[in-house]
Design a protein around this ligand. Structure first.
Ligand code: HEM
Length: 255
């Protein structure tokens, strides 16, 4: 007979005693900044830096035209668009934008990494072998590139602490960027460090462009292939262009 009355229903109800059953579901967190905002931030700031790296690489190739051409380009950077704009204003605008972009890129990367770790929980499976290297590839290369930027600016822009013995700061109408670069790369440790970092940067950029395709939701095959191609071409250019300069100086081809 089906249970019709209240008393019947109460008698047939299943009473839960003790703590609720354990499930695999972790409580949902409402983050102040949604994860998609962090991913878009990484994509935009990464693209900004990739654009700067491509332009800087193009400028660095002037090294093959000799000291005069390279120094002229370095001097032009300081006075770009003068007298329309005050001297150094373009350079300072670029420094501020790149500095903020780098800060946002690092903060967003750290937050995404931390959220991924939290979401996998305390009993996450240990990944080993090639997959473990894959997981560490971007954070590790990113940290090393960050250290490189600091060393590079101290070495060739500010001439502080680790600069070569003959470092000369630019004067009002002349730059000595070529001489500083050659003096710096004559030091074997510095030349090897630069070339090694160019290899890491090439890997970071190539992988970064494929990750960006996923993060921006580029589902179409053509979009993904185009972004992977841009990243791949920039990576090869970094290796062949930037990576070659320290080696050519060290071996005496450039002097
Ligand atoms: C072999 C490769 C490279 C060479 C030969 C090189 C050369 C130079 C030189 C000569 C300067 C100083 C220009 C001046 O003060 O007149 C400079 C500045 C700079 N470079 Fe590089 N660079 C290389 C790679 C890179 C890479 C890969 C990055 C970024 C990831 C980078 C970021 C910068 C930055 C941020 C500055 C400072 C610009 C400023 O504030 O004045 N460089 N570079």
């Amino acid at each position: 007979m089906p249970a019709h009355t209240r008393a019947d229903k109460a008698a047939t109800a299943v009473v839960q005693v003790g703590p609720p059953p354990v499930t695999n579901k972790r409580p949902q967190r409402n983050h102040l900044i949604p994860s998609w905002v962090l991913k878009v931030t990484m994509a935009v700031t990464g693209t900004l830096w990739a654009a700067f790296i491509a332009i800087h690489l193009f400028g660095n190739l002037k090294v093959f035209q000799g000291a005069q051409a390279y120094n002229h380009y370095a001097h032009w950077l300081r006075e770009a668009f003068y007298p329309l704009l005050p001297k150094l204003s373009v350079l300072w605008a670029m420094r501020v934008v790149l500095g903020l972009a780098l800060l946002a890129h690092i903060c967003a990367a750290a937050m995404i990494w931390w959220r991924g770790r939290e979401a996998r929980g305390p009993h996450r499976a240990k990944i080993r072998g090639a997959r473990a290297w894959g997981a560490w590839l971007m954070p590790l290369t990113g940290i090393l590139i960050g250290c490189f930027i600091v060393i590079h600016v101290l070495d060739l822009t500010l001439g502080l602490g680790i600069q070569s013995a003959g470092f000369a700061a630019p004067i009002s109408d002349e730059s000595f960027a070529y001489e500083n670069l050659v003096a710096s790369f004559r030091r074997p440790a510095m030349a090897c460090f630069y070339s090694l970092v160019m290899l890491l940067l090439a890997i970071h950029v190539a992988k970064g462009f494929t990750t960006m395709a996923s993060d921006l939701g580029a589902m179409g095959r053509r979009w993904r292939a185009t972004l992977a191609l841009i990243g791949g071409l920039l990576a090869v250019a970094i290796l062949l262009g930037n990576g070659a300069i320290p080696i050519l100086v060290l071996t005496g081809v450039l002097s």
